[in-house]
Design a binder for this molecule. Structure first.
Ligand code: PMP
Length: 441
């Protein structure tokens, strides 16, 4: 380390302490940070971040800067539109219509309506309201430990076992063939039975189902290898009971999975309503509900829709630039190829470290399930925490997920390449070797 770097690092340390104190004082204690030693980031480019300590960090976690941090094309689109006009959405403007056309072109013809909001939570709220109006029902079925947002209705749907219990909600265990209640080859059928039970429960409580909502890759559940047939059994039963199928694409959407543009396309069942957000405009807050005029009909008869910021000209310029960059830079295909390369490397590590129970994923959304024992598959949360912090100390940012917090979550911007994968794998190898050497796994 040269002198300048040492000074930077020392200043950053002071700075971190001061920022932590200010943050807690000003924002309160509900806010959470990542890592035992939180990172203070000052700039980003592509898949890399620069810290206040002057160090470069590999971003292997963020799905918001979908096409890369500060992508010049997106920055330019935002700047140009912001310098021309930005306003609420009650005037005529082409930007929202141009974007709606481009977005709907990514869907089968049956989807002919796009409505805009600012966050994934808002998009899911709106989807639930539309489903309630269309079905006449009030019940909602969701998967335990899923995450659908921070508003009242979506937070109630985002609970672990033993969480929120309201009469209009019913939860079903995740169809995880690796661990838990549905472990085994028949996870799909067992899941369908659980949903059947949930439908009956809601009906008995006087809340016939309005919607069945899933994150189409079950990311908060630790990205299980979803049985291919699981929704084929379920969605017809929901529809027979009057409910609609809402696909939450906040995590997998926009090409991240490599083999499909949307998560729902990988499941073989077409949703009635699709919601999206996070990666949509590379960090500019915009989200959407995509559905059909037919599904929307009852809602629009009952109520109007207005969202001050949702679909404003600047958001739409950013979102449009993202779609164009994905297409022009071939980022979906890139995610497919680099993801496969990364998983090969992760599986090579699995051969050497018994701590790794399973490597899962597709494209640039990957998971490494850490276990105390490969037979019992007991989750090793403690090891996951150590790996996440160990990588952070080696300037690689990842997260942990799953109901047991034992699944390493690798979800980088889509511009992450093979050299970045090598950087990540090499450092992960070092951290795993240290853990194995210290006897802590
Ligand atoms: N749905 C899913 C699957 C999510 O992962 C998230 C956010 N992590 C949301 C909805 C909520 O999005 P937002 O934070 O933009 O409200």
């Amino acid at each position: 380390m040269n002198e300048e770097r040492v000074l930077n690092a020392l200043n950053a340390l002071d700075d971190t302490e001061a920022l932590l104190e200010r943050r807690e004082r000003l924002l309160g204690k509900a806010y959470r940070l990542f890592y035992d030693r939180p990172v203070h980031i000052v700039s980003g480019e592509g898949a890399w971040l620069t810290g206040a300590d002057g160090q470069r960090y590999l971003d292997s976690y963020n799905n918001v800067p979908h096409v890369g941090h500060c992508h010049p094309r997106v920055v330019e689109a935002i700047s140009r539109q912001a310098a021309t006009l930005n306003t609420h959405t009650r005037y005529l403007h082409e930007a929202v219509l141009d974007y709606a056309e481009l977005l709907l072109a990514r869907f089968p013809a049956a989807f002919d309506i796009a409505m805009f909001s600012c966050t994934g939570s808002e998009a899911n709220e709106l989807a639930l309201r539309i489903a309630r109006a269309a079905s006449g029902g009030s019940g909602v079925i969701a998967v335990y430990d899923a995450y659908h947002g921070n508003s009242q209705a979506t937070a109630e749907l985002s609970c672990g076992v033993g969480g929120a219990h309201a009469d209009h909600l019913a939860f079903v265990p995740c169809p995880d063939p690796y661990r838990g209640e549905h472990r085994g080859d028949d996870a799909g059928e067992r899941f369908a039975k659980a949903v059947e039970g949930a439908i009956a429960t809601l009906q008995e409580r006087g809340h016939p189902p309005a919607a069945f909502i899933i994150d189409t890759i079950l990311s908060s559940n630790g990205l299980p290898n979803i049985p291919s047939d699981w929704l084929g059994h379920v969605v017809p039963r929901i529809r027979a009971a009057g409910g609609l199928f809402i696909a939450d694409e906040v995590q997998p959407g926009f090409g991240r999975m490599g083999d499909a543009f949307w998560g729902w396309e990988r499941l073989g069942v077409q949703p009635d309503i699709v919601t999206m957000g996070k990666p949509m405009a590379n960090g500019h807050p915009v989200s959407a509900v995509v559905t059909s005029a037919e599904v929307l009909d009852a809602f629009q008869q009952q109520s109007g829709y207005f969202n001050t910021f949702g679909g404003n000209p600047v958001s739409c310029a950013a979102a449009r630039a993202v779609l164009e960059v994905i297409e022009e830079e071939g980022l979906q295909q890139h995610a497919l190829a680099v993801g496969a390369y990364l998983r090969r490397g992760l599986r090579a590590l699995q051969d050497r470290y018994p701590l790794i129970g399973e490597v899962r994923g597709s494209g640039l959304f990957n998971a490494v399930d850490l276990v105390e024992d490969r037979e019992t598959r007991a989750p090793d949360r403690d090891a996951a925490t150590r790996v996440v912090n160990g990588l952070r100390d080696r300037r690689v940012l990842i997260g942990a997920s799953g109901p047991h917090g034992n699944v390493l979550k690798l979800r980088s911007p889509l511009v992450f390449g093979r050299s970045e994968a090598d950087f990540l794998l090499e450092r992960l190898d070092t951290v795993l070797a240290e853990l194995a050497g210290s006897g802590q796994t």
